[in-house]
Design a protein around this ligand. Structure first.
Ligand code: DON
Length: 504
């Protein structure tokens, strides 16, 4: 119930990061019987998807169509996911859980500075679409800092969902308006695409590491497979007994190998056969470990090069543990800031630009520098691969709910959070811990300023690593529960200034 209330409220007050025009992935834990379940509310490609729409005449990727406007939008999954959670796991009715979001959309709120910045940064794209300009701009300009916002369009759509469940969004009035708006602006959605959308329950990936059980996201996320592969590789080393340089070396080599497999094998499980038994097997990890030299970086020179593009990033994550020990790890996204920037007229719904998460052009990186193969090629009804990695970690005494936005770095952030939790860090320490990232290609270790002291950096460079400083990334939200003392701690990433908005 709390997850539905939070997700729908974020759709109103934090549209730059997630919303009912986007999707989410969640791991839920039910205290009563210990059931863990993965909720896949990821967007799908419309049936008429045409890879040519995402190519320029010279064959290079066309970021205009894959990141802006109606062609960039997948069929939204969030409404169906929330309806599913309410039906199968809620105690309150959907109406009750959606009521706060509807109230805030109707009565108004004071947006936080991040939403103002997002609108100012994307104003040109918003101006292209009349319904987007009407929703986010005042006389064609970003609104004043102290403006009160109301969102009657979205309040109405949320009310239809509250009243009719899936049918309030995927059929009838909203569906017609969405399809009309998308098609009038050059997109290719049909009523059948919307009516055919289904949120799915899947079995989460579970992996055991040093006495802790990690319950995390299966495909169509690549996160859980990659995290499990890294942990399986690392379980052959005594990281605690190593110095920092060695530890970083083995973690980066494990990341490199996991991301190579990500590029090659992973996609929507309803469309592609994946060798998950192999990828998750400890024997496979043993083999990969054999190829890691103790004192040298392995160059990633077996695949074509990829250039990382620093797309403006958004997406969000929240973690919940309730008084009964029920848990929800939920990562939600419209992909980059304000998604497609396209609002479907009459619905208040800002659509995602998740189509860019497909491998639209073989061997060309997406907005996060990720490469993909046929496994993640677009096809009608198919889910685009995600990095979202909502996770629950259950140890001998302590439990943690964790996740973060951050495109491809989601996977390594969550992985590092898990390692730090197992090392005994508190929620506060985990979210603040400095981060590094490797994703096979480009073959560089991306480093948050302050992560390594000069001696560590020099030692790593001597081993063959290229280090590249990158601005801080992520917005990790962690709740820990010490089951022995029954103490709960929650911490939010200090990297995103909290600047909380005000509800009217
Ligand atoms: O599903 C994914 O992997 C991406 N669409 C997530 C985007 C994201 O995290 C942007 N970040 N801050």
């Amino acid at each position: 119930d709390a997850a539905i209330a939070v997700a729908s409220t974020l759709s109103v007050v934090e549209p730059e990061s997630s919303g009912i025009g986007g999707g989410f992935m969640a791991v839920l834990h039910r205290a009563e019987d210990g059931r863990n379940v993965f909720i896949d509310a990821r967007e799908t490609a419309p049936a008429a998807v045409d890879p040519k729409d995402y190519l320029k005449p010279d064959g290079s990727p066309d970021r205009e169509t894959s990141l802006d406007g109606p062609l960039s939008a997948g069929i939204p999954g969030e409404p169906a996911g929330l309806v599913l959670i309410a039906k199968r796991y809620g105690r309150l009715s959907l109406q009750q859980s959606l009521a706060p979001a509807i109230r805030i959309a109707r009565d108004g709120f004071k947006p936080d500075p991040r939403l103002h910045e997002s609108i100012a940064g994307e104003q040109k794209a918003l101006r292209r679409w009349p319904a987007s300009a009407a929703k986010y701009l005042v006389d064609g300009q970003p609104p004043a800092a102290d403006a009160i916002w109301r969102d009657p369009g979205q309040a109405h759509t949320l009310e239809l969902i509250a009243r009719h469940g899936d049918d309030g969004f995927y059929r009838g009035e909203t569906a017609h308006k969405l399809v009309d708006a998308v098609r009038a602006a050059g997109g290719n959605w049909t009523l059948a695409d919307l009516a055919g959308y289904q949120a799915k329950e899947r079995t989460p990936i579970s992996v055991d590491y040093r006495g802790y059980r990690i319950i995390t996201a299966p495909p169509p996320s690549s996160g859980g497979v990659a995290i499990a592969e890294v942990l399986n590789i690392l379980s052959g080393y005594n990281l605690a007994g190593m110095d920092k340089v060695q530890r970083v070396h083995y973690v980066v080599e494990a990341m490199r190998r996991a991301f190579r497999d990500h590029n090659d094998y992973l996609g929507d499980p309803d469309f592609v056969k994946m060798p998950l038994d192999m990828l998750l097997s400890p024997y496979y990890a043993d083999g990969l470990r054999q190829g890691i030299l103790p004192d040298r970086a392995t160059p990633s020179s077996m695949l074509p090069r990829a250039d990382p593009a620093d797309a403006g990033m958004h997406t969000t994550h929240f973690s919940i543990i309730d008084a009964d020990g029920n848990m929800a790890a939920v990562t939600l996204t419209v992909n980059t800031i304000l998604g497609s920037k396209f609002v479907a007229a009459g619905t208040g719904v800002l659509l995602n630009n998740e189509m860019d998460d497909f491998a639209l052009v073989p061997d060309k990186p997406n907005a996060y520098g990720l490469l993909g193969s046929k496994a993640n090629a677009p096809a009608g009804g198919k889910r685009m691969l995600s990095s979202m990695s909502p996770s629950i970690v259950i140890g001998p005494e302590r439990t943690m709910v964790i996740g973060s936005p951050g495109g491809s770095t989601i996977i390594t952030q969550v992985l590092e959070g898990i390692l730090n939790f197992i090392d005994g860090e508190s929620a506060q320490q985990i979210v603040a811990h400095k981060r590094f990232h490797h994703q096979y290609l480009p073959d560089v270790v991306m480093v948050e300023p302050g992560t390594f002291d000069p001696a560590t950096s020099a030692a790593l460079e001597k081993m063959g690593y290229t280090l590249k400083q990158r601005e801080p990334w992520g917005f990790m939200n962690v709740v820990t529960w010490n089951r022995e003392t029954n103490r709960l701690d929650a911490a939010s990433d200090p990297r995103r200034p909290s600047g909380l908005g005000e509800v009217q």
